[in-house]
Design a protein around this ligand. Structure first.
Ligand SMILES: CC(C)(COP(=O)(O)OP(=O)(O)OC[C@H]1O[C@@H](n2cnc3c(N)ncnc32)[C@H](O)[C@@H]1OP(=O)(O)O)[C@@H](O)C(=O)NCCC(=O)NCCS
Length: 439
């Protein structure tokens, strides 16, 4: 990510139209500085929005130390009894989204969207979202992304569920290991060692996996329970896999819960597993499946196509649920489509309608045999034998990372095409997208 873009995104002024729309209701839209005490009220409002208790001093200190990367805005009601506490909150930062073809594109990541229950239904969330998307567009950032508390909130702004996640519950008494035996070794390591190594391992993996973004440092602190406000620090165990040459190729963080009625039915919750190669993947999952005294292993934010399923003696030992996870939003069609790679050469005309106008238009995408894409505005219908795809921005965003086939979307009535199979061949991608955390 270009540092200059990161700074311009972080420090740019609030959107004037959003500020004017809110001012018409007597509300003020402001940037929030990452400093106490100004940040305290903002953090308190975010926690209230997500049904958490009031922040403690330790949480406020930790938040100030770890929040700097986020651009924070707040909506304030000067007429209320606590004018210093925002009634609307929104955070974002410029980051890199991995797209098909082992490439990345700039993306604005959005989080902490809350509106006080006393002020809901007045267009505050809409004003913040529309304003912040305009800010990203003005900086030339072609994509936006978020993970959502509810599936129904963000489609209206052009976001589409592009990366599904699976949650696993494995009955380890039933599932014998039938995967490969890795030649290296698995060892427990300290949480501090894990904290030091995990970002590098994740960076190596995320660049191969559409849908991932860099994991902010504060998340790593939480995963390893090295965050100063951790509830019960020390529950997390870390284990690494090192190959025969001694290179660390994977790491898992997990929490054990003892079953005092029957020790052999204790459970493990995997908080994060990163494997740079197939050996590390097999070794770490085997470690979890064969842990003594453990009857159940649960894990979430896995992909919809995990080799793990094929490493168990009994597939029904794993209960797997699928849900929508990473929502993305195309803001700039040519920049986004040219940023990704293509497995299949071909051409598609895209007729895109955008509820907010940013990506509306008729575009010709030509994918070359070298995997690159070229996009230009297209003049209109003619006699060429090129499939035409008519779709809203949310559907385009869903298809963008290659996780859902355009044929499937056509069968579901989400897109219209003169030749959905041909369009699907161009826009599809061999790698299964994944986002291994929430943000
Ligand atoms: C979701 C939330 C931010 C919406 O705030 P809000 O200011 O009431 O929303 P707005 O008044 O701007 O509504 C904008 C649109 O979203 C719709 N909407 C609002 N909340 C919704 C919800 N929970 N589910 C589906 N749609 C919702 C509104 O009907 C409105 O639709 P329209 O403009 O297409 O007619 C707010 O309810 C909230 O803070 N919820 C709890 C925290 C949370 O879940 N945040 C989202 C984190 S991902």
């Amino acid at each position: 990510m270009d540092d200059d873009l990161t700074t311009r995104h972080h420090d740019g002024p609030v959107d004037a139209s959003a500020a004017a729309a809110l001012a018409a209701q007597g509300l003020e839209l402001r940037l929030v500085r990452n400093a106490r005490p100004e940040l305290d009220a903002w953090i308190g409002a975010v926690r209230r929005g997500f049904l958490d208790p009031e922040p403690t001093e330790a949480q406020l200190d930790a938040a100030t130390a770890r929040n700097g990367y986020r651009r924070m805005i707040g909506v304030y009601d000067p007429a209320g009894p606590m004018p210093e506490v925002p009634v609307g909150t929104f955070a974002s930062w410029a980051t890199d989204l991995t797209v098909p073809g082992e490439r990345t594109t700039p993306m604005v990541a959005i989080s902490a969207v809350t509106v006080a229950p006393t002020h809901q239904g007045r267009g505050i969330a809409r004003a913040m979202m529309e304003g912040e998307l305009r800010h990203a567009v003005a900086l030339g950032i072609p994509m936006a992304g978020l993970t959502a508390s509810e599936s129904t909130i963000y489609g209206r702004y052009g976001f589409g569920p592009a990366v599904a996640a699976t949650t696993w519950r494995i009955d380890t008494k039933r599932a014998r290991w039938e995967g490969p035996t890795a030649p290296g070794r698995v060892d427990h390591v300290s949480r501090e060692t894990a904290r030091a190594l995990l970002p590098r391992l994740h960076d190596e993996v995320r660049l191969r996996r559409p849908g991932e973004i860099p994991i902010p440092g504060s998340h790593w602190d939480r995963f390893t329970e090295l965050h100063p406000d951790a509830d019960k620090p020390g529950r997390v165990r870390a284990a690494q896999y090192a190959d025969p040459a001694g290179r660390v190729r994977g790491m898992v963080l997990y929490t054990v819960t003892e079953n005092e009625d029957d020790f052999t039915k204790s459970s493990v919750r995997v908080s994060h597993l990163v494997a740079v190669d197939a050996e590390a993947y097999a070794a770490l999952w085997r470690h979890l499946i064969e842990l003594p005294l453990i009857g159940t292993v649960t894990a979430s934010e896995l992909s919809v196509d995990e080799p793990l399923l094929w490493m168990l003696s009994d597939q029904r030992a794993a209960e797997i649920t699928v849900s929508d996870h990473h929502y993305v939003r195309v803001l700039d069609v040519p920049a986004a489509l040219q940023a990704r790679g293509y497995d299949t050469a071909g051409a598609v005309v895209l007729e895109v309608s955008d509820p907010l106008g940013h990506s509306s238009g008729r575009w010709l995408l030509e994918a070359g045999a070298d995997g690159s894409g070229r996009v230009r505005a297209d003049g209109g219908p003619d006699a060429r034998d090129i499939p035409v795809l008519r779709l809203g921005t949310a559907a385009l965003s869903t298809a963008y990372l290659g996780g859902v086939s355009v044929s499937t979307l056509a069968a579901a009535g989400r897109v219209e095409s003169t030749d959905a199979a041909a369009a699907a061949a161009v826009l599809g991608h061999r790698a299964v997208p994944q986002l291994s955390f929430w943000y």
